[in-house]
Design a protein around this ligand. Sequence first.
Ligand SMILES: [Zn+2]
Ligand SMILES: [Zn+2]
Length: 482
Amino acid sequence: MTNYFYTDASGKKQGPINSRQLRTLAAQGIITPETVIANEQGKSAPARKVKGPEFNTLTDKENQMNYTLIHYKSIFTLAAIAIISIFAFAVPLSGQAQKQYEIANPYANVDWATFGQYKAAFHTHSTNSDGADTRAAMIEDHYTKGYDILNMADHDFVTIAWDEPGYGRGPGQNRPGRGILSSERRAEIEAGVGRNGRGMIGIPFGNEQSSTDHIITMWADFNNSARATLTAEQRMAETLGVVEFAGGISIIAHPGRYTGGQNADLMVGAAASNNPAQIKKYVDLFLAFPNSLVGMEIMNRLDNETRSDRILWDNILMQTMPKGKSVWGFSNDDSHGIDETGFNYNVMLLPELTADATRHALETGAFYAVGRVDRRLGVNTFDRGGNVMPNNGSAATAYLYTEMTAPSISNIVVRDGAITIEGADYDYIGWVADGVEIFRGNTINLNDHSGKVHSYIRAHVVGTGGVAYTQPFGIIVNGASR
Ligand SMILES: [Zn+2]
Ligand SMILES: [Zn+2]
């Protein structure tokens, strides 16, 4: 089979791809008639001169809609099979009343009227690993851009506190930190100087453990070591175990990098995220560390490597939620420089801005995640020049947060088997159960969707400026006992 390479919108060479993938990318509009295609011999030509790709004449928006429909259709078929098999056990007796639903609401303890909404970035790099800007510059940049909580997560480097050197892996695990913020400036930032008293705080002991598949860890004075003899999953389990023992908490970073879900071909990415072996790897880890492994990134950069990770998330939830383990979804910039900061965040719902309150919300799910680009839902899949949205945020894509407003959530009410979301700056609220969007509207009454909701439901609040993702609500169906 012939392999091809192509140059993407950002000028990066991509591939190899086979002829089938070439056709798919052309149909998606990712490969345009002018995209330069090269074969394995290095011969190149614009795609319109290459035999194979058929170019879709639909507009970008129509393409995206088609794509979303195809995606949902394929999931629907799978879900239908699952529902039929579950129904065999759940057929109600004749004359039976409606099912009763117990809803485990991660926002149950949030007082929406009095709690603050705090923007948090949990995954930020600096020159203490491979970032372009110093730790102090990254802290100042987040402060300027309105973040309230910042976890520095340099690769294999422990940021004990913004104004302490910390340490990185190296001879004696002793590589000292650079770009340290002064204690005076730390105190000013925490006090909200120059921001009308609205402070920003740091999380202690941030790290992106990178000897394993990347794991963001906090509150654990620990740096993982390279253990080449262990499998990827064993190394993850080892790191997660030590972090738990040290009293920390962990978040899985950009899983699509490891599952293959990052593939630009959304069909290939979906297949990777539906791969039972990949799903099992994460389910096993979440069930092994239910108290300290709190969640996973469902959004990283401009939905680059995470483009199929909401599919993976749903697949994981389908297995962990029946066992009582919620997996919270995170949206992080994974910023490696100030131009990459400002696109994604997590809105922490806290009675007060402290590290302890943040940790409690991380453990209980009292937050929602916000991203500017969702390549699955067709939100900002294309930039305003009509090109496929670049993978990384930059000055050229800053309009996504300087000129557009992302959706927000102002209240969530759970009552009598129904969940209601109030918010702003959105076009619709979609409700997802078992990986399928089953309903759109502000209020979902679970009794109206009998048979489609089994162990969880979550919502995405979708607008032109981005998407706000709720955490999963746990569902227990009490039908058979009535
Ligand atoms: Zn990473
Ligand atoms: Zn990172």
